[in-house]
Design a protein around this ligand. Structure first.
Ligand code: PSU
Ligand code: MN
Length: 335
């Protein structure tokens, strides 16, 4: 409705004070190129806590029906902690912020047939009028467009092993370098080169904060052996960090790294040997580029007999709880 559009235009005007970008951004909404659900739009206009959620994790990160069940549970956790969930995806060529349950189900059921959509794919998916499952980079882009400050996911992409030769570096890292959204994740999987991922984030000027830890977590396990440069110990601490980043107009994202709860951490050696095997298979089958991460995720899950999927689901839920609390603190702070 037009009231919602004008509220969103105000938000985007505030975000992009430059007149040229303000008119072109609000035109996006008026032209119907982006649709924000009424609930999310209302929460944003009230300054209430909103948490963005991605859709690649649904379509490419987990099998059906666990992906659908998890997506619903995550939205429920966000609500239980006082925030409004905003799952982001592209449906029939329209970027959507906040989905109905039937739309979540459609994405979950169609799974890997839905095009994985990183930043570089957004224009092509919109132009083709098809569905797209947004990765961390694309989800950050859309979240930032409507001024959502907190985004919860499982793990981020990073520098792939041998990335110094292949140059396979996830656009999640460059997006963190230029888009002011706080991403709450359990670190990065050891399918990646974690030390180089952290180096790259440093180059991009991204603040990486350990949540109640001094170490960067490795998704399935609490530690990666790599230290983080900053630590927060509560949702308030994290919100203060995000607010400082915003007020200073640094323009960069913040990565809040929340270790998997001890009771859910998978055996490090079990996962590591599965990763080694999956990496070898990917090489043999010549699986590269954007297909590599989904392939590795599903092979590691198969090879660990589902243990890694259970850990994956548990850590996303834990991140949803922490991320929602951070979003609520931030909304109160901005009150
Ligand atoms: N890591 C995970 N689970 C995931 C992803 C990464 O543990 O679902 C997804 C996220 O959407 C992330 C994307 O943004 O994979 C990164 O893909 P690539 O490595 O192709 O950039
Ligand atoms: Mn890649």
């Amino acid at each position: 409705d037009s009231a919602a559009i004008s509220r969103l235009s105000n938000i985007t005007r505030h975000l992009y004070p430059h007149p040229a970008s303000s008119s072109s951004t609000s035109h996006l909404f008026e032209g119907g190129l982006i649709k924000v659900s009424p609930e999310v739009s209302d929460a944003l206009s009230r300054g209430a806590a909103v948490v963005a959620l991605e859709s690649t994790i649904i379509c490419h990160g987990m099998p059906y029906p666990q992906n659908f069940k998890t997506a619903k549970e995550i939205e429920a956790i966000v609500r239980d902690n006082g925030a409004i969930p905003a799952t982001i995806a592209i449906l029939d060529g329209i970027p959507r912020i906040g989905l109905q349950i039937e739309e979540l189900e459609r994405l979950a059921k169609t799974g890997a047939q839905v095009r994985k959509t990183a930043r570089r794919d957004i224009a092509a998916v919109v132009a083709a009028g098809v569905d797209g499952a947004t990765t961390v980079s694309a989800t950050m882009f859309f979240a930032s467009m409507v001024a959502i400050s907190v985004f919860v996911t499982g793990g981020i992409g990073g520098v792939h092993r041998h990335g110094e030769q292949t140059m396979d570096i996830s656009s999640d890292l460059t997006e963190l370098g230029k888009t002011p959204v706080a991403v709450v994740s359990a670190g990065a999987k050891s399918i990646l080169d974690i030390p180089r991922t952290l180096e790259y984030l440093e180059t991009q000027g991204v603040c990486v904060a350990g949540y109640r830890t001094n170490e960067f977590p490795a998704f399935f396990t609490e530690t990666s052996g790599c230290k983080v440069s900053c630590r927060v110990d509560s949702p308030e601490d994290a919100a203060r960090l995000i607010e400082a980043n915003t007020k200073l107009n640094l323009g960069t994202g913040v990565l809040i790294a929340v270790p998997i709860p001890k009771e859910h951490s998978a055996s490090g050696s079990l996962v590591e040997s599965a990763i080694q095997k999956a990496l070898m298979e990917a090489k043999e089958k010549n699986i590269k580029g954007s297909a590599e991460t989904p392939f590795l995720l599903s092979r590691v899950n198969e090879l660990t007999g589902g243990a890694s999927l259970a850990s994956n689901i548990a850590l996303v839920k834990n991140n949803a709880t922490t991320g929602s609390r951070i979003a609520v603190c931030l909304a109160q702070m901005r009150g």
